[in-house]
Design a protein around this ligand. Structure first.
Ligand code: ADP
Ligand code: MG
Length: 239
């Protein structure tokens, strides 16, 4: 594909080839992801869309190395997940990837600032640097004044902003978001989507959003559509 000049598959941040995940359930085989080959390019918003049950979450988990393919392969920055052991995959997830979930995924007993700091603690970032990064990330999402609030003291949109701040503070190259607007009303969802777009334009992040929200499809630079686990169409936004 080509957007600004020539782009080749080696430029891809994420690549899958014939990626397949079969679940065995009560004697039945479910091809949740069925031979999907795609490439995801840097500094773009890529949407993976399709109805409920079409395989979006399974595909995202395979890309994140949280699940193992039955067949096929995933490359993250030209490194095959298959050739990495669990420790290397964990390191990759910690250092390069951040996640945003439909249900926000915040720890209920921690404040917004503490939630944003969790991934930095796990990585052993020294406390002064951690505090600076937490503050900057909360400011960036417009929640500096909510730093001491706990999730139950925040609206859904605010909780998702905290989750975006947490993703950002980890300084990832890739952010994977699973139905990030799924629990929000459309106006709040629109604002979250604008913030996600800014991750790409201002922070240079490669963003993959799994969604069946038409707003997400309209905003994305590239849309990959799944049906029954198969990639049926890829659409590019006109520049
Ligand atoms: P989506 O995120 O698009 O709604 P999923 O990836 O969650 O779709 O699911 C794709 C298909 O795989 C569905 O038919 C679902 O029922 C099935 N599936 C998902 N996870 C499992 C599992 N752990 N065991 C068995 N079947 C599963
Ligand atoms: Mg899903």
């Amino acid at each position: 594909m080509s957007i600004n000049g020539k782009v080749t598959t080696t430029d891809a941040v994420i690549r899958t080839e014939n990626l397949t995940r079969v679940y065995h359930l009560e004697g039945e085989d479910i091809r949740a992801v069925n031979s999907v080959s795609l490439a995801i390019y840097p500094r773009q918003m890529t949407a993976i869309v399709g109805r409920s049950g079409s395989g979006k979450t399974t595909l995202l988990n395979l890309i994140a190395g949280l699940d193992e393919p039955t067949e096929g392969e995933v490359w993250i920055m030209n490194q095959s997940l298959r050739t990495m052991d669990e420790r290397a995959r964990l390191a990759l997830r910690r250092e390069r990837l951040s996640f945003i979930f439909q249900s926000f995924g915040l720890l209920p007993l921690l404040t917004a600032a503490e939630n944003v700091g969790v991934p930095l603690r796990m990585r052993g970032v020294p406390s002064a640097e951690r505090e600076a990064r937490v503050r900057e990330a909360l400011e960036w999402v417009g929640l500096a004044r909510r730093a001491r609030h706990r999730p139950y003291e925040l609206s859904g949109g605010e909780q998702q902003r905290v989750a975006i701040a947490r993703a950002l503070a980890a300084q990832p190259q890739i952010v994977l978001a699973d139905e990030p607007t799924g629990q929000l009303d459309s106006q709040t969802g629109r604002r979250i989507l604008e913030l996600l777009r800014r991750l790409v334009t201002e922070r240079g992040i490669t963003l993959v959003v799994v969604s069946h929200d038409p707003m997400v499809m309209a905003e994305a630079d590239v849309v990959h559509e799944l049906r029954d686990g198969k990639l049926v169409e890829t659409r590019y936004k006109l520049a």
